[in-house]
Design a binder for this molecule. Structure first.
Ligand SMILES: Cc1cc2nc3c(=O)[nH]c(=O)nc-3n(C[C@H](O)[C@H](O)[C@H](O)COP(=O)(O)OP(=O)(O)OC[C@H]3O[C@@H](n4cnc5c(N)ncnc54)[C@H](O)[C@@H]3O)c2cc1C
Length: 417
């Protein structure tokens, strides 16, 4: 069914009785050409582009929970491509291009809002680093600007840069094309499109084992029985390392707890997304008026999906330094997700040591923005067997070869990236 203003009026008048179910199927068949483990944005995007770009629909997407119930439905929905290293920049910038037309492509409003992303610098050294990034982005064809404190205040009049704070703001890197996309709409938009094209999306169906013969995957064990397959993609974020271990190989990935929360809704006070870099506290305002805030990880490996008062306090204190009105707001909801972070802080996407078993993981708290680009390129890899140029740097082999992609130059401390 195609959504349009006319169908909206018709279905509204008929009490939505004619609306068909969004998903076509729920029980798995005995065999598929391709099984995708994980109905998050990445897994669903891959299924969508397999059907759209490669005309393949003998696919099942299996999830232990529900569509978008992992990090896809828990993130703060920021999209941007302001990265220094070309591997990171190219993939995320390709994503930014895809976001622009995704609502039309899926016939599902993903609410892409290119409202701009302001990254605050708190020292001359940090500003120099931002200038370097802005130059690299401009040379690669993206829009990037360096802002003075006065220009930041002009763009965001409610910001307070004059208070004597511990981490004064001396400028910012501004990406006008960065912004927000509605995260659960992304999951449901991809799911609906893939399902309409014949993909089976099976919820409450955890994968717990793999059948491997001659170093090749031939079936997966699930809650709903054994399913034969030709190819498998693991796209299970926080559970990737566990699934890899079951399949017989290790990933250089650690799991951390990442939190976010929203305030009660207020009238528009903040247009863009603002990131306070000293200690990390990022803030944006939803269309409903809530202020969404996120902070750094807990700082140690964890599978816990719960918040900690220390991290909330830490994040809110920083937000209040630049937006004093935050002190008057009440927090309304708070949640967290299990983020998977490799030793260099960048994703692992591509082939595994098991033939026809592919891996997409390690996106930590930066993978939402890459959703369409990962789906597009993974679909190409799985369909053709050729590694797309955009994915080449993200292979698992890089940890053996030393070709790391360490955007922040921190080294092997995943929870600091
Ligand atoms: C609090 C928070 C804020 C964030 N903010 C941002 C942001 O602003 N911008 C940004 O770009 N990124 C952000 N991220 C990161 C982003 O959310 C993730 O990188 C991205 O959503 C990963 O998508 P995914 O599809 O790979 O994983 P997920 O959405 O987590 O999907 C994985 C799925 O696999 C399923 N699964 C797991 N194990 C199994 C199994 N054994 N069998 C079957 N299914 C299984 C899970 O149920 C889940 O649905 C944030 C993350 C968090 C936690």
């Amino acid at each position: 069914m195609k959504y349009s203003v006319f169908s909206l009026i018709r279905d509204g008048l008929s009490g939505a009785r004619r609306l068909p179910p969004i998903l076509q199927h729920s029980d798995p068949k005995k065999k598929y050409g391709i099984i995708v483990i994980g109905a998050g944005g990445h897994g669903l995007a891959c299924a969508h582009y397999l059907t759209r770009n490669h005309n393949i629909n003998d696919i099942a997407v299996l999830d232990s929970g529900w569509i978008g119930g992992g990090n896809t439905g828990r993130n703060t929905s920021i999209v941007r491509s302001d990265y220094l290293l070309s591997a990171s920049f190219e993939l995320k910038n390709f994503s930014l291009q895809l976001w622009k037309t995704l609502s039309q492509e899926l016939n599902y409003n993903v609410m892409y809002s290119p409202r701009g992303y302001i990254d605050l610098a708190h020292s001359d050294g940090e500003l120099e680093n931002f200038i370097c990034r802005a130059n690299a982005m401009t040379l690669a064809g993206a829009r990037a600007e360096i802002l003075s404190p006065e220009e930041i205040e002009y763009l965001e009049p409610t910001i307070n840069l004059r208070a004597k704070t511990r981490f004064p703001v001396c400028g910012a890197l501004y990406q006008p094309d960065g912004g927000l996309v509605r995260h659960d709409a992304v999951a449901w938009g991809f799911a609906r499109s893939a399902s309409n094209a014949g993909v089976d999306i099976v919820q409450n169906c955890a994968v717990s084992g793999f059948g491997i013969r001659d170093s090749r995957v031939i079936w997966v064990e699930t809650d709903k029985g054994r399913i034969l397959c030709d190819k498998v993609l693991i796209s299970a974020a926080g559970q990737s390392a566990s699934l890899a271990r079951i399949a017989g190989f290790e990933l250089p990935v650690e799991m951390i707890n990442v939190q976010a929360f929203v305030s009660e809704p207020v009238k528009p006070v903040l247009k863009r997304v603002v990131n306070y870099n000293a200690g990390l506290s990022y803030i944006s305002q939803t269309d409903k008026g809530e202020l969404v805030m996120g902070g750094a990880s807990d700082g140690y490996p964890s599978f816990a999906r719960r918040g900690s008062f220390a991290r909330i306090e830490d994040t809110v204190v920083r937000a209040m330094e630049i937006f004093p009105f935050v002190s008057k707001l009440r927090l309304m909801r708070h949640w967290s997700g299990t983020a998977d972070i490799p030793m260099d802080g960048n994703a692992i996407v591509g082939q595994t040591p098991i033939r026809n078993l592919y891996m997409n993981c390690g996106w930590g708290y930066a993978g939402f923005k890459a959703t369409p680009a990962v789906g597009w390129t993974m679909a190409e890899l799985i369909a053709t067997g050729r590694v797309p140029d955009l994915l080449r740097p993200f292979s698992l082999d890089r940890f053996e070869e030393g070709a790391l992609i360490d955007d922040s130059g921190i080294g092997p401390y995943p929870w600091l990236h």
